[in-house]
Design a protein around this ligand. Structure first.
Ligand code: NI
Length: 135
């Protein structure tokens, strides 16, 4: 099995806040990420597809096609948006890196044209990221 990865980038703002907790509890849980008006991140996402390279093309799938799918299905909807308010598929979701990885998986998994989706990584910062592998 070969693992093929496309890395993409988007900018977005978010606020980590759960209305079931008090303001004080939210600040204790999420720290500065709970501040009322949100803050921005330069997100990176890595989408990894597992498969066997085709014997004729040597490819699992065309990375340009994978890039186009990620762009249309995810990036166009989240780039330069406020993740708490502006994105239909994130309504009611606390936009942590963990939850973004799960939601992006659900969107992209059925759209992968060859091979199978193996992993989604969502980097909130260069040092903090979440990875989801579908289970
Ligand atoms: Ni944040």
């Amino acid at each position: 099995m070969v693992y093929l990865t496309r890395k993409e980038h988007f900018c977005a703002s978010h606020r980590l806040y759960n209305p079931k907790f008090s303001e004080k509890e939210n600040l204790e849980i999420y720290g500065k990420c709970a501040y009322a008006n949100g803050h921005g991140h330069n997100y990176e996402i890595e989408v990894t597809v597992a498969g066997k390279p085709d014997s004729d093309t040597g490819m699992i799938l065309d990375l340009k096609k994978l890039s186009d799918i990620i762009e249309v299905e995810v990036l166009d909807k989240v780039d330069h948006k406020h993740l708490n308010f502006d994105v239909d598929f994130l309504k009611g979701v606390i936009p942590t890196a963990e939850n973004l990885a799960i939601v992006f998986w659900k969107i992209l998994s059925p759209k992968i044209p060859a091979g199978t989706l193996y992993s989604i990584k969502v980097y909130e910062t260069p040092t903090n990221f979440a990875e989801y592998r579908g289970a």
